[in-house]
Design a protein around this ligand. Structure first.
Ligand SMILES: N[C@@H](CCC(=O)N[C@@H](CS)C(=O)NCC(=O)O)C(=O)O
Length: 396
């Protein structure tokens, strides 16, 4: 607000200066050339100069505001370093209307879930792949990725957040892998409540090697089996599944952004697809949609380059995407089964499927299909998820 007020004050002053000192009688702006001669500027140039000035001041004000915000956040976070973060139980449901409801007749769970998400966030797609495969109903709240006001009630500022109705209120679950592990454990052993399972996944605040504050969930890949393994699964299967789920989060997912935001043009195309598939026209007013597409596409194109470096992708980022997809496919082939989980998908299949689904409408996905054999596995997964095949393993 202060930045906006300062900008308004500056604009007023600029108008005053414009009137008093820099204009000729006929209203054209005057400035000084390097050799000291006064040149008259056309109205278009005046407009450009004004625009340039205002943009610079806005940029500086926003930059200063952002720097101040980062410093105060870092100060707050240093105090949190290494401490266990409180998990909250909300007495009331946050007053946000669901964007839509996903209802499955095969759902035999008594879960009441609301997913705060971006339709095309890979981590959100991963959670949806899990819920859809098991045929579990849920409400969706589509979050504005720039303003994020729909998750204003949460101190965790990322999506997905899965709000679960529990005794005495609502419990938000943060982090896609933790959500999947917790729900998979709950589906296997309903003798414990969601609240009890949530205690197995404490979260700790810490700083990473770049000094950035991280929200780390301990044990997020662990499934709680109450000392007995699920039918037809060995300990080795469980360990392998965990290894691949971690590979999805630590390696594979990082090949996506630099690919879908590879050029400014590709970035805009990606955001336009996000807008269509996320039904932004339905949920956000035009100005907000324009803001998301324009700010998002430009910012992500720039960020994509940083991510490429940070995750050490090849210069041709497509190749890194193909390499990881082929690594996954080679390992399934070595097993001689349709899925990594055997004849039925396991949580690692659902994770890979979920994150790839998040780029289904992008050029990068088309190229991936053309240049690798991912299509066969992907289509088999699509069939399983769309048919809610996992629901049969839940009915007792
Ligand atoms: N480890 C988290 C990552 C979630 C995440 O990074 N979500 C992104 C959207 S794809 C986000 O909300 N970013 C907002 C931000 O970082 O400020 C998970 O698996 O859920």
């Amino acid at each position: 607000m202060a930045a906006i007020r300062n900008l308004a004050r500056f604009t007023e002053r600029a108008k005053f200066l414009n009137k008093c000192y820099f204009t000729n009688q006929n209203g054209t702006l005057r400035s000084f050339s390097t050799n000291g001669a006064i040149i008259g500027l056309s109205r278009e140039t005046q407009a450009l100069v004004k625009f340039g000035l205002i943009s610079t001041v806005t940029g500086v004000a926003l930059g200063a505001g952002y720097a101040y915000y980062r410093i105060s956040e870092t100060r707050k976070n240093i105090a949190l370093d290494g401490t266990e973060l409180d998990t909250v139980l909300l007495e009331h449901k946050p007053p946000v209307t669901p964007s839509r409801k996903i209802m499955y007749s095969v759902d035999t769970t008594d879960l009441k879930l609301t997913l705060f998400q971006y339709q095309t966030c890979p981590f959100c797609c991963k959670v949806r792949a899990f819920l859809d495969y098991y045929g579990i109903s849920y409400d969706i709240v589509e979050v504005d990725p720039v303003l994020r006001k729909e998750i204003g009630w949460s101190s965790y500022k990322k999506v997905p957040i899965l709000l679960t109705q529990v005794e005495g209120g609502y419990r938000p679950l943060n982090d896609s892998s933790m959500i999947v592990s917790l729900l998979a454990s709950y589906l296997y052993d309903k003798s414990q409540t969601i609240e009890e399972f949530a205690d197995y996944y404490p979260s700790v605040g810490m700083h990473d090697e770049n000094g950035k504050f991280k929200y780390e969930i301990i044990n997020k890949y662990f499934l709680m089996f109450n000392n007995k393994l699920p039918k037809n699964r060995t300990m080795n299967d469980i360990v392998e599944e965990r290894k691949w789920r971690k590979w999805v989060d630590d390696v594979f997912v990082h090949t996506l952004s630099p690919n879908v935001y590879r050029t400014l043009d590709e970035s805009y195309k990606t955001f336009k697809w996000f807008s269509t598939v996320g039904k932004w026209e339905e949920y956000f007013p035009t100005w907000e949609r324009m803001l998301i597409v324009n700010v998002g596409a430009t910012a992500m194109w720039l960020i994509g380059k940083r991510l490429k470096k940070r995750h050490r992708l090849k210069n041709d980022v497509r190749q890194s995407l193909y390499d990881e997809a082929n690594y996954w496919l080679r390992n399934i082939k070595a097993r001689g089964t349709t899925f990594m989980g055997g004849n039925k998908p396991d949580l690692s299949d659902l994770a890979v499927y979920g994150i790839l689904k998040s780029i289904e409408g992008c050029d990068a996905f088309q190229d991936l299909q053309t240049n690798t054999n991912i299509g066969v596995w992907y289509n088999a997964m699509k069939e399983q998820v769309d048919a809610h095949s996992g629901s049969t393993s839940l009915s007792r």
